[in-house]
Design a protein around this ligand. Structure first.
Ligand SMILES: NC(=O)C1=CN([C@@H]2O[C@H](COP(=O)(O)OP(=O)(O)OC[C@H]3O[C@@H](n4cnc5c(N)ncnc54)[C@H](O)[C@@H]3O)[C@@H](O)[C@H]2O)C=CC1
Ligand SMILES: O=C(O)[C@H]1O[C@H](OP(=O)(O)OP(=O)(O)OC[C@H]2O[C@@H](n3ccc(=O)[nH]c3=O)[C@H](O)[C@@H]2O)[C@H](O)[C@@H](O)[C@@H]1O
Length: 459
């Protein structure tokens, strides 16, 4: 089938490349001329495992084309996918400027019937706005070509986007016209072979399903972070608690890792946007607001631990910290709302220097912060550690899981680690003379619980 994708970001480019790989004819449209020029050369502006090869191969075979011309895009596809950004507005609501600009282009150039598929994450009711924007643009030209609007939210994760798209847990299709379902089945047939993953529903429910999924996942994380902070205070180990509760299939092991807060382009903005939608409807979404508050506070947690260890923020002046992991999660170079940024900025405010290493996000960090004397981006994690006072970990890249602690003991000024991803075992580190602060676990609470255990055993 001939398909047009508007937007070549994480979602648009992955969707376009995967649909092309499955045999569809795909044209990707983006307003960013530099991005389109680079894509035509096979250069991918983001780091996403496997994407570069997929784009290059399908572009070479002619299945995947790129343009900046909206008119060409509207002409080309029977189905027009909208996958442009929906960033947060100042008040937390979703900014629909880009989505409605695409709708306006569709209305301005449409020459026959089209199915418009919304893949961007948009508040309930957006499909109606898109339909109205297309109709208004058609009216200005005195045309009235039939347009169906489908909501088809995307659930891929950065870092495993291609696998997630190729083998989806579910394909949600929201439509008020049952005739469209057959077309969507045809598009998704290559990704729907093992068992039927397509779930059809009305448009509004599909739009809400996307926010519900992200808000539920964010809830699990904030819940675990809240528990971790309680565990810290009462001397329990959140990792043991995680294993204890995850074994209940009603709870499950996924998405219950405590950490230094969730980041990325979606959880923070989507929780805020859903809360805003509720507010617009006169409903005070207390739980959603709490999830957000817990997360904002959690991003400060590592700095709190650092300041406490060194006897107050004032004592951080002139110190140097090694920071491993800048991206908001592993396998991406995305720094949007990354917890590392909160830690780094707090350290800079306190007069400290950061020696940072990330396998992929150095360039993005440079783009955001520019050259500054209190930020040194290193080529290896060892280089970051050498000459620093202590080590901080913000992202759980595989390469950080089993470091050489003997090397670290020599490289760092103090044998102290602030670990925002709970990568190491406090008991082992304590026995080797380290001071270790995880999230909801530490050498301090390990030692006191051991002492309690010994007392209980003796008595
Ligand atoms: N990043 C992710 O992992 C996921 C994102 N989403 C949602 O998908 C949507 C897109 O997100 P990303 O791909 O991350 O965004 P992005 O910001 O990476 O990319 C958006 C692209 O749209 C282009 N664009 C803007 N206006 C345009 C127009 N009028 N015509 C054509 N192109 C235009 C921009 O130049 C940019 O290249 C958002 O609503 C997001 O919430 C959903 C699931 C996963
Ligand atoms: O709408 C979206 O954009 C996407 O948002 C998330 O995907 P993503 O943001 O790429 O990454 P996640 O793996 O969900 O991680 C988000 C954040 O949560 C944190 N996290 C995740 C899991 C966990 O147990 N604990 C935890 O702190 C991660 O470190 C990261 O900062 C969802 O997982 C996707 O299903 C969704 O499509």
């Amino acid at each position: 089938m001939k398909i047009t994708l508007f937007g070549t970001g994480y979602v648009g480019l992955v969707t376009g490349a995967c649909l092309a790989e499955a045999g569809h004819q795909v044209l990707c449209v983006d307003t960013d001329a530099a991005k389109i020029a680079a894509l035509r050369q096979g250069v991918i502006p983001i780091y996403e495992p496997g994407l570069e090869a997929l784009v290059r191969d399908n572009h070479a075979s002619g299945h995947l084309q790129f343009t900046t011309s909206a008119q060409e895009g509207v002409d080309f596809g029977e189905c027009l996918f909208i996958a442009v950004g929906t960033p947060p507005d100042e008040d937390g609501s979703a900014d629909l400027t880009h989505v409605l600009a695409v709708a306006d282009s569709i209305g301005a150039y449409i020459t026959g019937p089209r199915i418009v598929v919304d893949k961007s994450t948009v508040p309930v009711g957006t499909a109606d706005k898109v339909k109205m924007a297309i109709a208004a643009a058609q009216q200005r030209r005195d045309t009235n070509h039939p347009v169906d609007i489908v909501s088809n939210p995307e659930f891929l994760k950065e870092g495993s986007a291609i696998r997630d798209f190729m083998k989806p847990d579910r394909i949600v299709i929201g439509t008020d016209n049952p005739e469209i379902i057959g077309v969507m089945q045809e598009i998704y047939a290559p990704f729907n072979r093992n068992h039927d993953r397509m779930i059809t529903m009305d448009v509004r429910s599909a739009e809400l399903t996307k926010y519900a999924a992200n808000a539920m996942l964010a809830t699990k994380i904030s819940f675990m972070n809240e528990l971790a902070n309680i565990a810290d205070r009462i001397g329990a180990d959140i990792e043991q608690v995680r294993i204890g509760i995850g074994s209940d299939p009603r709870i499950g092991y996924q998405f219950i890792y405590a950490g230094c807060g969730y980041g990325g382009s979606c959880f923070p903005k989507d929780v805020r946007a859903l809360s805003h939608t509720a507010q617009d409807m006169g409903y005070d979404a207390t739980l959603l607001q709490a999830i957000e508050r817990v997360n904002t506070r959690q991003k400060q947690r590592l700095f709190e631990l650092i300041a406490r260890h060194f006897g107050g923020a004032a004592n951080l002046q002139g110190r140097t910290f090694a920071l491993w992991g800048l991206a908001f999660k592993p396998n991406t170079d995305d720094m949007r709302e990354a917890p590392s940024r909160v830690v780094m900025e707090a350290l800079w405010n306190a007069g400290a220097t950061v020696r940072a290493f990330d396998p992929e996000a150095a360039e993005e960090t440079r783009r955001i912060y520019g050259e500054r004397a209190d930020l040194v981006l290193t080529n290896t994690k060892e280089e970051a550690a050498r000459g620093s006072d202590a080590l901080i970990i913000c992202t759980e890249w595989k390469g950080f899981m089993a470091p050489d602690f003997n090397f670290l003991a020599e490289a760092l000024g103090e044998k102290v680690i602030f670990d925002g991803r709970n990568l190491y075992d406090p008991g082992r580190l304590a026995s080797r003379g380290w001071v270790y602060y995880g999230i909801g676990r530490s050498t301090e609470s390990w030692q006191s619980s051991n002492a309690r255990g010994a007392t209980a055993f003796q008595s």
